[in-house]
Write a protein that binds this ligand. Sequence first.
Ligand SMILES: [Zn+2]
Length: 167
Amino acid sequence: MKCTHCTRGDMQRASVWALSLPLGIIGYVLSIVAVCLLGSAIWMFLVAYGVIGETNEAEIRKELADELRAQNIADALVRDFEEDGTVDTPHDDLGFQQREAIDDAELQYRASKAGEAVGKGIVAIVGASLAYWCVSSGVVLLIAGLLLSLRRRVWLCKSCQYIVRRA
Ligand SMILES: [Zn+2]
């Protein structure tokens, strides 16, 4: 097929930027940024989920139980504490110091459990809002990037660069 413009050159199949080269490049960059944002949203979700799912409660109980053992508290009572963080076995017959050590361990365990719940709540809120921000801006940028970097199929004249839209 000969070019209708210069009547010499052959028309060949080609694809060109639908808008312009600078806009096409901006579109590509936006698309890459969008993919990175969407990827970090997934990463943030996984990290937040891991932190929230992680439990240190058993570890805290074990540490406090070791302290109780150091106070010469009977092993049955220490094991009772290690199970759920409270000593359900009656222990009024113990000396004042030992009873106080048990009360103290129970109190510390409740406090650190509450602290951990607050920490996880903060991680959940911050993680969710960051992930939401990344996803929403990522989607907008991805759509803008794809639109800007659209290609148009054309017939292109080899000698004069004349362009005709190809169906
Ligand atoms: Zn031509």
